[in-house]
Design a protein around this ligand. Structure first.
Ligand SMILES: OC[C@H]1O[C@H](O[C@H]2O[C@H](CO)[C@@H](O)[C@H](O)[C@H]2O)[C@H](O)[C@@H](O)[C@@H]1O
Length: 437
């Protein structure tokens, strides 16, 4: 389905629409990635936009690229996550685009459906490591059987476990982490260790962080909360048993005091502190949040598992970034050369230094396994990763006035699971209808 200008603007929100409605730029010609010599021996400057959260990771790659060759210089511009879509859309409308963007993978489809990114299919299909690339990242960059995005960096959620607490509570990590019954038994046992110790933790007022860490419990059953193809999507909320049981688990954890008592107010800014203090048994979270700030010693008795569904299964949020080349840029050939450099195993295997995970499963070399055991679980089971392909992700999950957080809070803190799901069904459908209208 081709996304009309009206649909595109409504998805971006009123602020972006106001800017973008100002003028009507002509569509630039698509980048021809099949031109002779494309992506080799290029010269000049590459303008790269990255998510500001990933600035350090991108800067390391740029520095190493500069050290490895002297034909191409990369100018890095960090852009706040909340402004990325609007700024890029504005640049596209104005006809002054960067050569390459390292965009949140869940936002790739917004632009791909508008037809403003280069078709990278022949380049991606020719990569010798194409089959090792993260399938979920690739899926977010696919449209009508063509690929418009190259996976670049993974930012995955998983379950982080404090083995010292689990051992003291007499809990076996594998029994504890394979089902909701296992989670609950273990959380009760760990919480019994002391007043300040809790079996579980979640940021009950952090919409995006909850989207990142709670949804995989549902995906582990091969179910999503959104159903249908872009253009015909609706919520799969009422009657979604995996969702109902997930909300039920989280309500029980709250109701029985198995999570910290201020979890209802946490917008994810205080989230990791209790785990770092050694007071949380199990917590869904991301590598980049837990590892860089961890106090000495904690990680020696930390293990990571993928997130389970109610009765088993495994999944994780396959977040992070994709490289995309906006049509109409000055130097796409050099941009692709830089992208390929970043995809080298040598570069990918160093991503945990800046808090991220490779997008190539073959980056799990013996050295990588020895150096970064806590980054391994999602890489070893890369096919279990998922992220929803929708144009409405931000409005449903990342905006704090969206239906996801409202459903979570009414169900988990209010205990009205059925009422919360019924209300969310209507709100999901409304947003998806507007987005697809
Ligand atoms: O929007 C999809 C993205 O989800 C993650 O971000 C969310 O969780 C973070 C905490 O884990 C939170 O700090 C952020 O505000 C949330 O939007 C993830 O970090 C992204 O890489 C992922 O693509």
């Amino acid at each position: 389905m081709e996304l009309t200008r009206g649909r595109f603007l409504s998805l971006l929100g009123a602020g972006a629409a106001g800017v973008l409605l100002g003028g009507c730029a002509k569509s630039p010609p698509p980048v021809d990635v099949t031109a002779a010599g494309f992506g080799t021996e290029a010269t000049g400057t590459v303008k790269l936009w990255c998510r500001s959260a990933l600035q350090a990771a991108n800067q390391l790659l740029v520095d190493r690229f500069h050290a490895a060759q002297d034909r191409i210089r990369v100018e890095l511009t960090p852009v706040q996550d909340a402004q990325f879509v609007t700024k890029l859309a504005t640049a596209i409308r104005g006809g002054r685009v960067p050569d390459i963007v390292d965009i949140d993978d869940i936002n790739s489809a917004l632009f791909i459906n508008r037809g403003v990114f280069a078709d990278l299919t022949p380049l991606i299909e020719a990569l010798p490591f194409r089959d090792q690339l993260s399938p979920a990242h690739l899926a977010l960059g696919e449209h009508d059987g063509r690929y418009y995005a190259l996976p670049s960096v993974a930012d995955n959620s998983a379950l982080w476990c404090n083995l010292e607490l689990l051992d003291r509570a007499g809990v076996d990590i594998d029994e504890a982490t394979g089902s909701f019954d296992g989670y609950l038994d273990a959380a009760r046992a760990v919480s019994g260790l002391g007043r300040d110790v809790h079996g579980w933790s979640f940021p009950g007022n952090g919409s995006g962080a909850l989207g990142f860490t709670v949804q995989p419990h549902i995906w582990a059953t091969d179910t999503d909360l959104i159903t249908g193809e872009i253009g015909h999507q609706r919520g799969d909320i009422v009657g979604n048993d995996a969702l109902r049981r997930t909300l039920g688990l989280l309500h029980t954890l709250w109701d029985e005091g198995l999570v910290p008592s201020d979890a209802d107010a946490d917008d994810a800014s205080r989230w990791a502190a209790n785990f770092h203090a050694g007071r949380i048994g199990m917590m869904p979270n991301g590598y980049g949040i837990l590892v860089p700030q961890a106090p000495p010693g904690l990680l020696d008795h930390t293990e990571v598992r993928l997130l389970s569904g109610p009765d088993g299964g495994r999944s994780f949020f396959d977040g992070g970034t994709n490289f995309c080349l906006p049509n109409g840029s000055d130097n796409p050939s050099a941009a692709w050369e830089f992208a390929l450099f970043c995809l080298d195993v040598e570069q990918q295997a160093r991503l945990p230094e800046s808090g991220y995970i490779p997008v190539r499963s073959d980056a799990a070399t013996p050295e990588f396994r020895a150096d970064y055991p806590l980054a391994l679980p999602s890489l070893e089971d890369i096919g279990a990763g998922y992220a929803p392909l929708t144009l409405a992700y931000n409005r449903i999950y990342n905006q704090s006035d969206g239906p996801w957080l409202a459903m979570f809070r009414r169900a988990v803190f209010g205990g009205d699971i059925d009422g919360a799901m019924a209300q969310a069904q209507d709100h999901y459908d409304e947003i998806l209808r507007q987005g697809d209208a």
